[in-house]
Design a protein around this ligand. Structure first.
Ligand code: CUA
Length: 404
């Protein structure tokens, strides 16, 4: 304790002395021995271990620094590896954009990453060089390095250069934001309203009269034929966030507010995404699929979605079972009296790939398990267990399976 007090007194006394020296236009030189002892003592007391400027210390520092440099250099390498990898294995890879806004964001992110990597290499390189070049050597045992107190040139350089870099990044980012958020819908745009629910996505095409869930079907843009999809984002309950990494940036989905975004896939395929804002128990299983079709396929999908459900007399029992329960208070089946707005529209249930917003594939077996007890597959889901008998369950699943 006494030792520590002494050393703290010693340091504050020396700091005062240094201030006095700095104020004075004439800096009286300290003797070499004085300064060297002061420095090493201070280092030892404040860091709790021997000064690396003593013999043997440098090697430790160098190997630690080398490891850090290696680890940090691995980052860009991993990114490059991911970018060159097979798209099928990285369906949410932000470094493999397939849509106009995602491309703009990717380019901006690449610019920022490149600038940061260059800064890292310069700073890290200078640091590594200095550590090695100016390490303590036996012939310097009793020498003190030159003490530099302020340099206008150096201070200007490390103020002005970062400001210029920040200005470049700001301008590039502003242009990207303007390009993405300020874009106006061209002719041929598909308009969609996406409503976030706990924990699924309602997808409405007001101009086409289609309502579906969890799967957003859009046309692709081909050269000379732009078909972007502009989305209005709304929430029925809490805050969600719409994110399909390969198609666009995240946009929050906020209650009592209408946010906008757009996507413009350039290649047919299925792009997966998920809710990106914690929204309750099943937030992690609020998945999203965007299916991008060639223009003709999109027309076919639209035509199929507009078909009314077929009323098969053989499925009458299942239909009656469905309409005699409170299922109809939450679900819509077009052309029937099932007109509940709380759950997903079931008019074309079987055209969708998954059940429960991407939780399980939409097979007859999974559908049966889901209707029997949704809580078993997705605990906390707001659809209750309807306590159906096995017979009712079979009939109802047969009827639901006809909704294509
Ligand atoms: Cu919806 Cu998280």
């Amino acid at each position: 304790m006494g030792d520590q007090m002494t050393s703290q007194n010693f340091i504050s006394q020396k700091r005062k002395e240094r201030k006095e020296i700095q104020k004075s236009p004439f800096r009286p030189p300290l003797t070499k021995g004085e300064r060297s002892t002061h420095f090493q003592n201070t280092y030892h007391r404040s860091h709790g271990f021997a000064s690396p400027f003593k013999k043997g210390g440098v090697r430790g520092i160098c190997s630690e620094g080398a490891l850090t440099v290696l680890l940090l250099l691995c980052g860009p390498a991993a990114v490059a590896f991911a970018a060159s990898g097979d798209n099928a294995f990285t369906p949410t890879n932000i470094f493999v954009p397939f849509s106009t806004p995602a491309h703009a964001i990717y380019q901006n992110a690449s610019l920022v990453l490149t600038i940061c990597a260059a800064i890292f290499l310069v700073v890290g390189g200078l640091l590594a060089y200095s550590i090695f070049r100016f390490r303590r050597r036996p012939e310097h045992e009793n020498l003190e390095p030159p003490q530099v107190y302020g340099s206008n040139q150096i201070e200007l350089a490390w103020t002005v250069i970062p400001i210029l870099i920040v200005i470049v990044i700001t301008l590039a980012t502003t242009r990207t934001i303007y390009d993405v958020q300020g874009a106006l819908p061209p002719p041929g745009t598909v308009s969609v309203t996406v409503v976030g629910h706990q924990w699924w996505w309602e997808i409405r095409y007001p101009d086409l009269g289609i309502v579906t869930a969890n799967e957003l079907h859009v046309p692709v843009t081909e050269s000379g034929n732009r078909r972007p999809t502009f989305l209005k984002l709304e929430s029925a309950d809490v805050a969600h966030s719409f994110w399909v990494p390969q198609l666009a940036g995240k946009t929050d989905v906020i209650p009592n507010r209408r946010n906008q975004m757009w996507i413009e896939p350039t290649q047919p395929g299925t792009y997966v995404g998920n809710c990106a804002e914690y929204c309750g128990l099943q937030h992690a299983r609020m998945l999203l699929r965007v299916v991008a079709h060639a223009p003709n396929d999109f027309q076919n999908w639209v035509a199929a979605q507009k078909q009314p459900p077929v009323d098969d007399p053989q499925l009458r029992a299942g239909r009656d079972a469905f309409f005699s329960t409170s299922c109809i208070n939450c679900h819509v089946i077009k052309g029937t009296r099932a007109n509940g707005q709380f759950g997903p529209d079931l008019t074309h249930l079987m055209s969708r790939e998954t059940i429960g917003a991407g939780v399980v594939p939409n097979t007859a077996e999974n559908l049966r398990a889901w209707v029997r007890d949704p809580q078993h597959i997705k605990p906390g889901a707001l659809m209750p267990n309807m306590q159906l008998s096995d017979g009712e369950l079979d009939q109802m699943v047969a009827y639901l399976s006809s909704l294509r």
